[in-house]
Design a protein around this ligand. Structure first.
Ligand SMILES: Cc1cc2nc3c(=O)[nH]c(=O)nc-3n(C[C@H](O)[C@H](O)[C@H](O)COP(=O)(O)O)c2cc1C
Length: 403
């Protein structure tokens, strides 16, 4: 897609693949990193070649795969010098032990010692190995030296046992990489993000809702976490994966429940970003049992709570960001909303434009403030979220608006 801005664009990632059962996942990892705009050079340990072939990683990375320390006499210096970040996934107990003790007896461990940038490791092993106090000591030593750890997760392990040791899933590893590159201008800021639709029930099985998927709100929540914020995500029904690193997550169904969750936490919040699409109307009456089929059904509707405007009316309130989803180029309506709801920022998006709005990974937005308006070309929702946070960050520097 033209103009598609990717968060890892032009980043050079040196990926170490060590000899664990999760090594097969590194093919998917390489593909996904490349999808995010990164270029990837893979170093394989000898042991890893028992689990996956260099050819698979060469094809996925579209790059040569390096392995022997003496294949190219300067690669242990040149590869780290050219990389922006080092990622080891899977990281075995062995390679972590070597890193923690300054052992440099193969290409990967030697590159680690000569690398000057940030290093992310994704440990992966049986829970018995993970629990071992010597291994834990090694891990602590590495993280104390600034190595960033992603995972491991709990779950069913390759041997069939349950426990901790599964490699973090690929999306979590990629989020950790993005976070490592991210500025931390929201460090310790408390942010509430809302996402997704709401459901307003007619009876126990039928409801009024809308097409919102939650993708924009979840992208905003992830961007806030990457930039150091403590994030509460209040989400309507959505099948999206919960972002890693949230402070709290509340699943709600109705606009009233969304409002209740919001006001419970508002007092401790610096910024509210309302990317949710709460239904505007709710049936006046919710039947206790399923309404029988009839030829004609008349339903009286009432307005749901207008959460944005209720926060806007507060004497002391957090910095307030709302969204205006319009069908058509109705920037005028978004500007009216900014004034009427007393918000600090309104993000306008035309949900009927190609590639924009509901259930897609891209959006075309205009960020509207009282005296400033920035229109972005069609971009990923991740990049749109970053641009929204840039505007919030600029305002936060100027206004003191903590409740
Ligand atoms: C079938 C099999 C699976 C293994 N899986 C893992 C694993 O998931 N994690 C780990 O730390 N070691 C695992 N090991 C042990 C490592 O392969 C071994 O420690 C090796 O020396 C690691 O070398 P490397 O760190 O240089 O890649 C496994 C060994 C075998 C035989």
């Amino acid at each position: 897609m033209k103009n598609k801005k990717k968060v890892l664009k032009n980043k050079k990632i040196l990926l170490g693949v060590a000899g664990g059962v999760a090594a097969y996942k590194s093919v998917d990892l390489v593909r996904r990193l490349k999808d995010e705009g990164a270029s990837v050079t893979v170093i394989m340990t000898d042991a890893s070649k028992n689990f996956i072939t260099p050819l698979s990683l060469e094809i996925a990375s579209e790059n040569r795969v390096c392995s022997g320390i003496f294949d190219d006499p300067m690669s242990h210096i040149n590869l780290p010098r050219e990389a922006d970040i080092m990622l080891i996934a899977p990281a075995t107990a062995n390679i972590i032990g070597k890193f923690a003790n300054g052992i440099a007896d193969d290409l990967l461990s030697t590159c680690f010692l000569s690398f000057k940038g940030k290093v992310v490791i994704a440990p992966s092993m049986n829970w018995r190995m993970y629990d071992n106090p010597i291994f834990q000591e090694n891990l602590r030593r590495l993280t104390a030296h600034g190595v960033i750890q992603a995972g491991p997760d709990r779950g069913t392990l390759a041997c069939g046992e349950e426990g901790i040791g599964r490699m973090a899933d690929v999306s979590e590893i990629i989020e950790t990489i993005k976070s490592a590159f991210s500025k931390k201008d929201f460090f310790k800021k408390k942010i509430i993000v809302t996402a997704g639709p709401t459901r307003e029930y007619l009876d126990p099985v039928r409801f009024l809702s809308n097409r919102s998927s939650g993708k924009m709100g979840y992208a905003v929540a992830r961007a806030c976490i990457r930039r150091g914020a403590e994030v509460i995500l209040i989400s309507g029904p959505s099948c999206l994966e919960q972002p890693h690193g949230l402070k709290s997550f509340f699943r709600v169904e109705t606009a009233q429940e969304m409002k209740n969750a919001m006001f419970k936490h508002l007092h401790e919040t610096d910024v509210v970003i309302m990317a949710a699409a709460p239904a505007d109307f709710s049936p006046e009456k919710k039947e206790k049992t399923k309404i029988n089929k009839t030829d004609k059904l008349l339903v009286n509707l009432r307005n749901t709570p207008d959460i944005l405007s209720e926060i806007g009316k507060l004497k002391r309130r957090p910095l307030l960001v709302g969204f205006a989803a319009e069908t058509g180029k109705r920037l005028d309506r978004a500007k009216e909303k900014l004034i009427q709801k007393n918000a600090d920022i309104i993000v306008f998006n035309n949900v009927t434009a190609a590639g924009s709005g509901f259930d897609v990974d891209t959006n075309e937005i205009t960020i509207i403030r009282k005296n400033k308006e920035v229109s972005l070309p069609l971009t990923t929702k991740d990049a749109a979220a970053e641009a929204i946070l840039d505007a919030v960050s600029e305002l936060l520097k100027r206004v003191k608006c903590i409740i």
